[in-house]
Ligand binder design. Sequence first.
Ligand code: DAH
Length: 362
Amino acid sequence: MSAPELDNLGSELLDAIARASTLAKLEEVRVAALGKKGLVSALMQQLGTLPPEARKDYGQAVNALKTSIGDALEAKRAELARAATAEKLAHERADVTLPVREGPLADGRIHPVSQVTCEITEIFADMGFSIAEGPDIETDFNNFTALNIPPEHPARQDHDTFYFAEAPDGSRPLLRTHTSPVQIRTMLAQKPPLRIIAPGRVYRCDSDQTHTPMFHQVEGLVIDEETHLGHLKWVLEEFCKAFFEVKQVKMRFRASYFPFTEPSMEVDIGYAKIGDEIRIGEGDQWLEILGCGMVHPNVLKNVGLDPERYQGFAFGLGIDRIAMLKYGMPDLRAFFAGDLRWLKHYGFPPLAIPILAAGLSS
Ligand code: DAH
């Protein structure tokens, strides 16, 4: 193609660009000119057919054409895009006063057991406790023997234990019947001073209106060289006040028996029921919420701690029970029925994380 022909082609293409009224039409022009099979590419391919002395000038001319077309395309594209935005802005309206549409976060609910576990954790963390964990499937040693409940001990009968089949070595794994084995695991793994809580699932072969085969406990354990019963009472009282979000609580410590503590106590919390509402710290009704005591010297010995030097307290608290009491849920079985209507009613918004400073449940 001669130089004047190139010029001609150039002005035709520039014309076509100038005439393109939409981005789509402009794209057509671009493909026809600069696309792989476009005019300019075809011109470039002719380069090889020319005598060597003509190639340089021709190449430069085609390149110049390519550049000017490219520039014109880009300028036109920007112009059309600006016009398209202006057009959109002129015709579309966003009503910024509309409320934000509710997403899935508004539908989801945190189960009361999770909420209450978070609340408990928050309170004890604030008192300097850390969280310990253990598996649901436990050894007989951790669940019983090390806790001063040797084989043949009558306390084993109270636990309605789910056992697994006997292993070849004669051992018999079980579903833990309480969170107390986490005491053993913790003392075997860490040196005192210890200050832990261990929330989790526990299992007993038992089911009626107030018992489910799986339920939740939180274990507490403090071991050092000077902790005494006064500390235990203070910690539990402070916990109850913080948990029930009241200034005063009524608590009753009753002498009791657990193989792994000496002395042992059960703790009741006082409440009043006024209509459907439960008021903690008032009235003369009592509900047992936990067992506790000073860790038995035999338990310390079983994990290799010297009872002459170390001492401390332990407690085990029913999470579901205090959840029912705090949030007025009458039936324990509903906790685990998976009924969405129940969860919608009693569940908690997923972003309302319990924080002491902000009020636990608000
Ligand atoms: N493990 C006991 C139970 O499930 C509860 C308990 C009582 C735990 C006294 C303790 C304790 O740590 O000191 O029945």
